[in-house]
Design a protein around this ligand. Structure first.
Ligand SMILES: Nc1ncnc2c1ncn2[C@@H]1O[C@H](COP(=O)(O)OP(=O)(O)OP(=O)(O)O)[C@@H](O)[C@H]1O
Ligand SMILES: [Mg+2]
Length: 382
């Protein structure tokens, strides 16, 4: 069975998920609702996804024996965590279809490879340079100027592994702080807002996408998603077209999120890609007819991909560890008809850790935003 074969995986089969966080948990819920079995693989015991799985494998991502056994126990493998090495994907692919395939992961898990790929298909990004030494960082700062953002090329998430550089003199400290010789320097983008497109592509090349959303961050972590983003029709068309070009060129089977900056000049620049459902797509659980996890399941199982429809404006607010200190007042949220609460089953509420989210539905985006903020305040005040 090759990963590219046109394979329909019917309900009753078992979905293998690599990674065990909240994205895997919500995928597991979608899979169970449609009658699939769920097997989760990750190094974490008692994980958000593991709590909902039929089988869990607790093993390292490079444990070949455990990967082989896992691959033989499932009918397809997909991801909720993409920083898995190419070797692991190769081992799995010997036994079972892996969607999206290893090439998609390889490209998207490394910022230099990702931006090289985007340039090769004519998708605009902020100017950047690969940086492997302090000398190269100083050269890159001469070329790109300041402010700039220095990032580790691989394994970043929630703004970890990045430093903003405002003056050339800060180069040495920033380089030492990241402690890696595989870095990227990006020109800082003075954006009007951040956007994302969550899209999916099937084995037959069919492309579908959710409405474009606006993302607001707090301390480099996603805070709020406004769906849909207040955008002109031509920006919507352009964002969708960029996403389509990316998914087609990567030959993705599954869901992929494209993070964008909207520049002051109206240009759209791609920030990064995530080859899986995305935090900015959580609103789809409550506001769309087919949510992003069911869409991932449909794509990887070769089931029909419907163009998802959003029922009403929605705002998603993340609940981080610091929002749930003391005894959070969940009842205050549950008493509101237009706000839906999602908790991820994580025992320890560390600051910055994504513990859950809530989605408010509204008549307008302003209405949804005010309901989301009121509900989150109510939880915190307890
Ligand atoms: N070149 C840039 N110019 C301006 N802001 C930036 C730039 N790069 C990153 N940022 C800001 O930092 C945030 C996180 O950066 P990025 O998406 O690259 O990292 P990440 O660690 O993968 O984050 P996440 O997992 O939340 O997507 C961006 O959403 C944006 O707000
Ligand atoms: Mg990002």
């Amino acid at each position: 069975m090759s990963p590219g074969s046109n394979l329909v995986i019917e309900p009753g089969a078992t979905i293998g998920i690599l990674g065990s966080g909240q994205l895997g948990r919500m995928l597991a819920m979608a899979a169970r609702r449609l009658g699939y079995g769920v097997a989760v693989y990750s190094p974490e015991p008692n994980s958000p996804a593991g709590q909902l799985a039929d089988q869990t494998t607790v093993a390292a991502y490079d444990d070949t024996t455990a990967l082989e056994a896992f691959a033989q126990s499932v009918d397809v493998v997909t991801f909720e965590f993409e920083n898995v090495n190419a070797e692991a994907v190769a081992v799995l692919s010997r036994f079972v279809a892996v969607r999206p395939g290893g090439a998609v992961l390889h490209t998207t898990q490394h910022r230099v490879r990702e931006k090289t790929f985007l340039a090769s298909i004519g998708v605009p990004t902020t100017p950047w340079r690969s940086v492997k030494s302090l000398d190269e960082l100083n050269d890159a700062l001469q070329t790109l100027g300041t402010p700039a953002v220095l990032k580790t090329a691989g394994f970043g998430y929630d703004g970890k592994g990045q430093r903003r550089i405002d003056e050339v003199a800060e180069a040495e400290v920033a380089f030492a702080a990241l402690g890696s010789d595989d870095l990227i320097l990006e020109a800082h983008v003075d954006f009007v807002r951040e956007l994302s497109v969550v899209a999916a592509r099937g084995q037959d090349g069919r492309f579908v996408a959710y409405p474009i959303v606006e993302n607001r961050h707090r301390n480099h972590v996603l805070d709020l998603t406004l769906a849909p983003a207040p955008l002109s029709a031509d920006r919507v068309t352009l964002a969708r077209a960029l996403a389509r070009r990316i998914l087609d060129a990567l030959d993705v089977v599954g869901v992929l999120a494209v993070e964008l900056f909207e520049g002051r000049d109206g240009r759209l620049l791609v920030n990064e890609l995530a080859p899986r459902p995305h935090n900015s797509g959580h609103f789809t659980l409550d506001a769309c007819d087919v949510d992003q996890f069911e869409l991932q399941l449909r794509a990887v199982c070769g089931l029909p991909l419907l163009e998802p429809r959003q029922r009403c404006p929605a705002v998603m607010a993340n609940l981080l560890g610091e929002d749930l200190l003391g005894s959070p007042d969940y009842a205050a949220v549950l008493a509101s008809r237009d706000v839906r609460l999602h908790l991820y089953g994580k025992a320890v509420a560390r600051p910055g850790r994504k513990m859950g989210h809530l989605t408010a539905l509204g008549l307008t985006i302003e209405d949804a935003l005010s309901k989301a903020l009121t509900a989150r305040d109510a939880i915190r005040r307890a």
